[in-house]
Ligand binder design. Sequence first.
Ligand code: 4H6
Length: 254
Amino acid sequence: MYIQAITLFPEMFAALTEYGVTGRALKQGLWRFDALNPRRFADNKLGYIDDRPFGGGPGMIMQAPPLQAALDAARQQAENAVTIYLSPQGKPLTHDMTVALAQQENLIVLCGRYEGIDERLFARNAIQEICIGDFVVSGGELPAMMLIDAVLRHRPQVLGDERSAQEDSFGNGLLDCPHYTRPVEFCGLGVPEVLLSGNHAAIAQWRLKQSLQRTRTRRPDLWERRSLTPQESRLLQEILSEQQDNSISEQEKT
Ligand code: 4H6
């Protein structure tokens, strides 16, 4: 996969190219990366690419011409690239979108700074506007890096263990289960017995039940969209009757 970022801060992308899973994958040649600084495409010697908004108001706007030149240069390197603009006004990013983007061979990510980009850039180019969450940060770089990381995890061999991406949260529409490791006792807290039992079927069932319970209570939005398998329905019945038992024993205290 070949990814190009159009950014005023190319060095920020070291977070992806030099660290962890994505850094290792780059070293292994599983993806390639280039950053293009739109200042290089400015029409003035000082590299200014922003100006004041027509109609007035605070802040500055990124100008269309240098960004168009940078985009043209990026597309010259990767003819069928999909171009993505991370912005608070975009379509919310989902797991399914990260899987679909991982099928592409070429991506260009456009990173906004200041108050955003002159709208005419979007009138003249096919650009997917994507949002990573309902909050605002100071530039598109961090959201772009989050998207790239999430996409790369779905590329073959990027995650050492083949199962990891599949079993991740959201792959199955459920939140992940709780995890435990040594020591067996921490601050007086133990580890759920079943995880020490060596009974793999029982462990898988406990984990699924925890995932169901968490998703139902923490993410009612995900819960409502998801249908249950017969096994999951049975585990949900257990959860509901345990809840009832708990509320009865709460009542008995009073
Ligand atoms: C485009 C337009 C994405 C990009 C405006 C980007 C949140 C997300 C940005 C801006 C982003 C997201 C610049 C507007 C700073 C506010 C960069 N923030 N902003 N949720 N910021 O995906 O001022």
